[in-house]
Design a protein. Sequence first.
Length: 273
Amino acid sequence: MHPVYEKLQGCLASIRQKTDFVPKVALILGSGLGDYAEEIEIHQIIPYEEIQGFPVSTVPGHKGRFVLGYVKGVPVIIMQGRVHYYEGYSITDVVLPVRLMKLLGAEILFLTNAAGGVNFDFRPGDFMMITDQISSFVPSPLIGSNVEELGEQFSDMSEIYDKDLQKLLESTAEELRIPLQKGVYIQLTGPNYESPAEVRMCRILGADAVGMSTACEAVAANHCGMKICGISCITNLACGMSETPLNHKEVQEIADQKAPDFKRLLTAALSRM
Ligand code: HPA
């Protein structure tokens, strides 16, 4: 058995000792957006420390647990707190939770994050539906011998973000009258924010929003055959685009302010999946 798959089986066994819950959708909540997990009909909460071999987040203020439950009858598994590459984990460990949620039964991965706007038409507080991504600045989680049990090594990436799910998100946002931008997400390693020259680089490369997560998770989910969708909360314009220097607190504050709309959008979208 591939060592990565063996580790996953250990995690899976830890969870299966506690519950036989089978999620349909796996939802990862980005920074500032974590409260949503407490608003669903909760079936069970599993702290990451209770899962054998699971990477535990080191960022202060990031909760680390799975919340299993239902959103209008749809079984979901929510990650309240993700693991970031900048915390020092291997990229394989960073995407382990995604693969684990797939093994638990999740067919859809719904990614969310806080991101910096690179597109001049964006404003802090905008939501952006991710239509495509650039992950080339972090190592591919598929490097190394292929985990045959999960998927093919040279996986096709022509439609990472599922077109039908994109339509679902767009029509849901429209009905709720929540404006939704669309664009390309680029993942850099962080944890420092980007320099103005790097922000220009991102724009030249075709990115609309920049962040420190998500794209590697999508690579792993695409590899193991999950359908993927994603929304970024644009908490700020990227460095050099506004007068004021950027700080983590500002990012949190905007995410908090936008949380009510974000939650409405999530609930309505999840209930249709
Ligand atoms: N850059 C990278 N990640 C981020 C940003 C940013 O400007 N804002 C929130 N997450």
